[in-house]
Ligand binder design. Structure first.
Ligand SMILES: O=c1ccn([C@@H]2O[C@H](COP(=O)(O)O)[C@@H](O)[C@H]2O)c(=O)[nH]1
Length: 224
């Protein structure tokens, strides 16, 4: 079950990222690298992390006009991550072009509603739907665009999977029972998120900020 945990290595420091990745390589299902890491280290840093031998999830959350996103995805061909994110709010054409530009071995998944947002946040940016409705809407759009799956919270994943039985569902906003939530708002435990239908879990700080990240990962895996 630990193989379904992708650890978010959110640091601009390549040496630190490599050190954490090295500690986790025996138990993590993969490593997720985001904007913080990519802005500091680029493709060269991603290749170094890939050298640890774990699948790489490149969480760039691309969101721009279709041509720009497709060109950015094309520019990643030397990396070929296992998973790449775009924002579903970029629209159907953007998602179609992102998928068409990706390497065949890369799953392209769409972020629906960030797990750091709740209904009030959606309201404040002019989205009348609640997170549940908005995730369902964007999941349908991502499916129509030919993507491989979506990113959503554990609260929406069961309904999203009903809409897309063979979709790939990435669930961040995951915390062990009683763990600090930080900036996340729609949070679920790892066990509950898998039971609800997550394909993989993304977990960052509860593991990377622990004194012993591998022990923290194994403790979470033991709850699955
Ligand atoms: O809706 C989303 C999409 C992506 N993320 C990313 O997942 C990790 C979560 O890290 P934690 O430390 O476990 O909170 C982080 O890299 C986010 O960029 C997300 O949280 N929610």
């Amino acid at each position: 079950m630990a193989g379904r945990i992708f650890v978010a290595i959110d640091t601009p420091d390549l040496a630190r990222a490599l050190a954490i990745g090295q500690k986790l390589r025996g138990h993590a299902g993969g490593l997720k690298l985001g904007l913080e890491f990519f802005c500091a280290n680029g493709a060269v840093g991603v290749r170094e992390m890939a050298g640890l031998g774990l699948p790489i999830f490149l969480d760039l959350k691309l969101h721009d006009i279709p041509n720009t996103v497709a060109s950015a995805v094309q520019a990643l061909h030397g990396i070929e991550p296992a998973v790449l994110t775009v924002h579903a709010a970029g629209g159907r054409a953007m998602m179609e072009d992102a998928k068409a530009a990706a390497s065949p071995g890369t799953k392209v998944v769409a972020v629906t509603v960030l797990t750091s947002l709740d209904g009030d946040d959606l309201d404040s940016i002019g989205v009348a739907a609640d997170p549940h409705e908005q995730v369902a809407r964007l999941t349908g759009l991502a499916r129509e665009a030919g993507l491989d799956g979506v990113v959503c919270s554990g609260f929406e994943v069961a309904a999203a999977r009903k809409l897309w039985k063979d979709g790939f569902f990435v669930v961040p906003g995951v915390r062990p029972a009683g763990g600090a939530i930080g900036d996340q708002k729609r949070v679920m435990t790892p066990r509950a998120a898998l039971d609800a239908g997550a394909s993989i879990l993304v977990i960052g700080r509860p593991i990377t900020k622990a004194e012993d990240p591998d022990a923290a990962l194994r403790a979470i895996a033991a709850t699955l």
